[in-house]
Design a protein around this ligand. Structure first.
Ligand code: DGL
Length: 275
């Protein structure tokens, strides 16, 4: 098995992080990438803090072992429940030269600027919503903003099982959007705070007035990584730039290839690994 050396590691519980990977690879096409989806243990959304932390750490350590100096947690649930522990406990002790970055802070830094009414709806997994990470982080940068949250526990299973374009998805798309919008009629911006959810955008748009802004995180996280690498030459100089990309899953490789090819609109061949 040949692994890309000095790659940017991108991790998600499953396929969702591919929406972030796609945006990052568009903005930084020369870098090498290793994507790891923990499909065998996905979804993470309802798992406890300890379980998400343990699974995420195992995947991060696997990516470090492949030679990635930096790993992006392209997963809100992992960013909400595991990032702080990994940054504060594991990196200083075991990997002082490596970095792990999440998706919540870069999103919180800019989302307040996207709402005129200063009323933002946040859709995420139960884990992300219960962590209140978005409430806390958005208020740090935009204290005057009202943040309304709604968990959408059926959305990730619909996506992971390839049902997101089918009729059955309509019911759950409508249900959670109604539950969010019933919290305030001032919401003019809805953040898709789960990296899987961009796959449901066509169905989400069908249910919403066109004056509501739907925000996916891919471009936000990609822009933040571009900026990060400019400011951190100690990481940037350790990254290879041969435009190599490799995809790994803890689940079934054939199933991963099928779904990933739809996400990325090109053919993908992944390898199954044990973390
Ligand atoms: N894509 C993840 C997130 O952004 C996945 C959620 C899950 O595995 O439940 O939260």
């Amino acid at each position: 098995m040949s692994f890309q050396k000095n790659a940017i590691g991108i991790f998600d519980s499953g396929f969702g992080g591919l929406t972030v990977f796609k945006a990052i690879a568009e903005q930084l096409p020369n870098y090498n990438y290793i994507y790891l989806g923990d499909n065998a243990r996905s979804p993470y959304g309802d798992h406890s803090f300890e379980t998400v932390y343990q699974y995420t750490l195992e995947c991060v350590e696997w990516l470090f072992a492949q030679g990635c100096p930096v790993v992006i947690l392209a997963c809100n649930t992992a960013s909400a429940k595991a990032l702080r522990n990994i940054q504060q406990l594991d990196l200083p002790k075991k990997y002082p030269l490596n970095k792990v970055l999440g998706v919540i802070r870069p999103t919180a830094e800019v989302i307040g600027n996207m709402s005129n009414s200063k009323s933002i709806g946040v859709l995420g997994t139960r884990g992300t919503v219960r962590s209140e990470s978005y409430l806390i982080e958005i208020h740090k940068f935009f204290p005057e903003t009202n943040v309304y949250q709604q968990s959408c526990p059926m959305w990730v299973p619909l996506i992971e099982n390839g049902e997101y374009e089918n009729e059955g998805a309509d019911y759950f798309v409508k249900k959670y959007l109604n539950e969010l919008l019933s919290q305030s009629d001032q919401i003019d911006t809805i953040l898709l705070a789960c990296t899987h959810y961009p796959l449901l955008v066509p169905k989400i748009k069908e249910q919403l007035n066109s004056n509501i802004n739907i925000v996916a995180q891919g471009d936000i996280v990609a822009a933040s990584l571009v900026d990060y690498l400019k400011r951190h030459s100690e990481i940037d100089t350790r990254l290879g730039q041969q435009s190599e990309q490799a995809f790994y899953t803890t689940g079934d490789a054939e199933a991963f290839d099928q779904h990933a090819s739809v996400f990325l609109e090109r053919s993908i061949i992944s390898t199954k690994v044990k973390v």
